[in-house]
Design a protein around this ligand. Structure first.
Ligand code: FAD
Ligand code: NAP
Length: 522
């Protein structure tokens, strides 16, 4: 089955009729928005029923609180009374009830790994699970020396088995009078800049290497201070990554530094917490009446490239609560000369964001001033460039800001995929005024014969002579056609969740296979 959530969202009158996450939202009652929840948590009301007392919770006790009117959930060893949160949960009460009276960590990680529940639910904290000592599992090695588990509810640290340990990257370091060089041997042939994420702030160095679905982490408190800027050299063929730091003082380092908790670990990417760094807003320009292009500057001490088809999370403190939302970086403009601009500009992240008049996060974003900072996470997403590399026909179905993943994808396809015969963007919007980068798209279509653009409006003004309608089977059968009977095709789809869900279903009904369709979700 395709990875598209089954529920339908939302109130037809709402401005954004879709999920912010991978799951569809359910319409919330008036007065039950995230902002209303934040207000309630600040009101001083006793949310746990324990008058501020924290208790130790046994498994038996947790299991007793499994009803809508009395619901406790454990996440990563901490127990929350989520009863007052029920009506505010964007995924609906039933979704939350799936974890009632149990450990909801896995369920939570599947759906909202990026949501900061500690901040959202801090007033609902009942306490910790009672500690139950257990013998150290056989496979746990130096990577995880935890000998106790909290009733089995701590997230298990994934350690690789004997055979795959050979694939675990390793590192070494050396120094001159002025430089510290750290070398990571990734044991991967096709290393590239997108697979290396580095940050250092004060004396803390964090280097993450992505190896398929796994990540290797180097995380140390450096022995001495270093300058902000650094150099990163990647020997792609042999998979060697060199990080060159400049010493602030000309002293001899005895050690690289003190290892931090996750230092030298190799585990599933999804088991790592999201890491954020502060980026400065350097430019904000209008794209349409409600959509803006934000340009964020990465710190000099960060090395980060967001791969095509992936998104980042932005984090802001809104009314004292951490709120996180995903956004898909675009390019500053649609290049017509087919040179990858990110090669020249890796210091900036461009985001095209629609500002909703009642939106919690986008309203706060819109109030950021040039020079203000915002936290930006490491990239995430399931899209792989290799999906396009073997395609002959590429169809992109986008609705509204669902256009954002298509920007880098278009550039990549037209620049680097030689076997592509046709690239077609079918772009759904309400009115002409809502079309993002219309001129640029039309110019690109004139410039490159392989590229075709089709605008479809759902609420056009009278003078619109183009196509009108919503996503439907007949529209797709008209516009999504293989250029040859046996063409290898890839269809990417992104927009409000119900749009994506319906599109995927229609394509399936039209005979396209699961491998031929990629829906963008969180
Ligand atoms: P919200 O406060 O969530 O509200 C938005 C609107 O929907 C408001 O009008 C609100 O009244 C209404 N609404 C919200 N919830 C409900 C509900 N349950 N019932 C009825 N109405 C409701 N957006 C972009 O602009 N650009 C991007 O590049 C981008 N990339 C994304 C990438 C991914 C992977 C995903 C999943 C989403 C992406 N989004 C993007 C959407 C983005 O994450 C936010 O959802 C969006 O910015 C709205 O945030 P908000 O907090 O301002 O709005
Ligand atoms: P919008 O303006 O509300 O809608 C764009 C077009 O899609 C309109 O023609 C609209 O028609 C149509 N549409 C909306 N809901 C639909 C539905 N349920 N079924 C069929 N057609 C529908 O879009 P937006 O406000 O820009 O929202 C874009 C969405 O894309 C957001 O939900 C965002 O979360 C999502 N997004 C996801 C990703 C990702 O990677 N997963 C990336 C970027 C954006 P009518 O409104 O006239 O019916």
């Amino acid at each position: 089955m395709l990875n598209v959530p089954p529920q339908a969202f939302p109130a037809p009158s709402s401005q954004q009729r879709a999920a912010a996450g991978g799951r569809a939202k359910v319409p919330l009652k008036p007065g039950r928005s995230l902002m209303d929840w934040i207000r309630l948590t600040k009101s001083g009301k006793d949310m746990t029923g324990l008058k501020g007392r924290l208790i130790e919770v046994t498994e038996d006790e947790l299991a007793k609180h499994n009803k809508k009117e009395d619901c406790w959930i454990c996440i990563r060893g901490f127990v929350y009374n989520v009863t007052p949160y029920m009506e505010y949960h964007p995924g609906g009460e039933d979704e939350l009830m799936k974890a009632a009276g149990t450990d909801g960590t896995d369920l939570f990680d599947q759906v909202h790994r990026w949501v900061n529940y500690e901040s959202m639910l801090k007033e609902c904290l009942v306490g910790r699970m009672a500690v139950k000592p257990i013998a150290a599992p056989k496979e746990i090695t130096s990577v995880c020396e935890e000998k106790k588990q909290l009733n089995g509810m701590l997230p298990e640290k994934k350690v690789l088995s004997g055979a795959s340990k050979d694939l675990t990257p390793s590192y070494d370091w050396f120094q001159t009078d002025s430089l510290i060089t750290i070398v990571i041997y990734t044991k991967q042939k096709d290393m590239n800049a997108e697979l290396v994420i580095l940050d250092h702030e004060d004396k803390r160095l964090r280097g993450e290497i992505i190896v398929d679905d796994y990540s290797y982490l180097l995380e140390v408190d450096l022995d001495h201070a270093v300058e902000e800027d650094m150099a990163v050299n990647i020997a792609e063929k042999v998979g060697k990554v060199e990080i060159i730091l400049k010493k602030k003082d000309n002293v001899h380092w005895k050690i690289l530094g003190q290892p931090l908790e996750s230092h030298n670990t190799f585990m599933k990417r999804t088991d790592r917490g999201l890491f954020y760094r502060k980026c400065k807003l350097v430019l904000k320009t209008e794209v349409t009446h409600d959509t803006k292009l934000f340009c964020l500057l990465l710190p000099e001490s960060t090395h980060l490239r967001v791969p095509t088809g992936q998104h980042v999370y932005l984090k802001q403190i809104i009314a004292g609560t951490e709120v996180v939302k995903p956004y898909t970086p675009v390019l500053p403009f649609l290049p017509l000369d087919f040179k990858e601009p990110s090669c020249h500009d890796s210091a900036h992240i461009y985001l095209m964001i629609k500002i909703y008049s009642c939106g919690l996060f986008t309203q706060a974003l819109d109030h950021l001033q040039i020079g203000d900072c915002i936290s930006v996470s490491n990239p995430e997403g399931s899209f792989k460039k290799s999906q396009v590399q073997t395609s002959e026909d590429l169809f992109l179905l986008a609705a509204g800001t669902g256009f954002t993943p298509m920007v880098k994808l278009l550039n990549f396809a037209l620049t680097e995929v030689s076997c592509l015969r046709t690239v077609k963007l079918i772009f759904f919007n309400r009115t002409e005024d809502d079309i993002l980068w219309r001129n640029q798209l039309e110019q690109l279509a004139l410039k490159d014969q392989r590229f075709e653009i089709q605008f479809i409006l759902s609420q056009p003004k009278k003078d619109w002579v183009g196509k009108q309608g919503m996503i439907s089977s007949s529209l797709l059968s008209e516009f999504v056609k293989r250029s040859r009977k046996d063409s290898k095709v890839l269809i990417c789809i992104c927009g409000p969740t119900p749009f994506t869900e319906q599109g995927v279903q229609y394509l399936k009904d039209l005979g396209y296979s699961q491998e031929e369709v990629h829906p963008f979700t969180a």
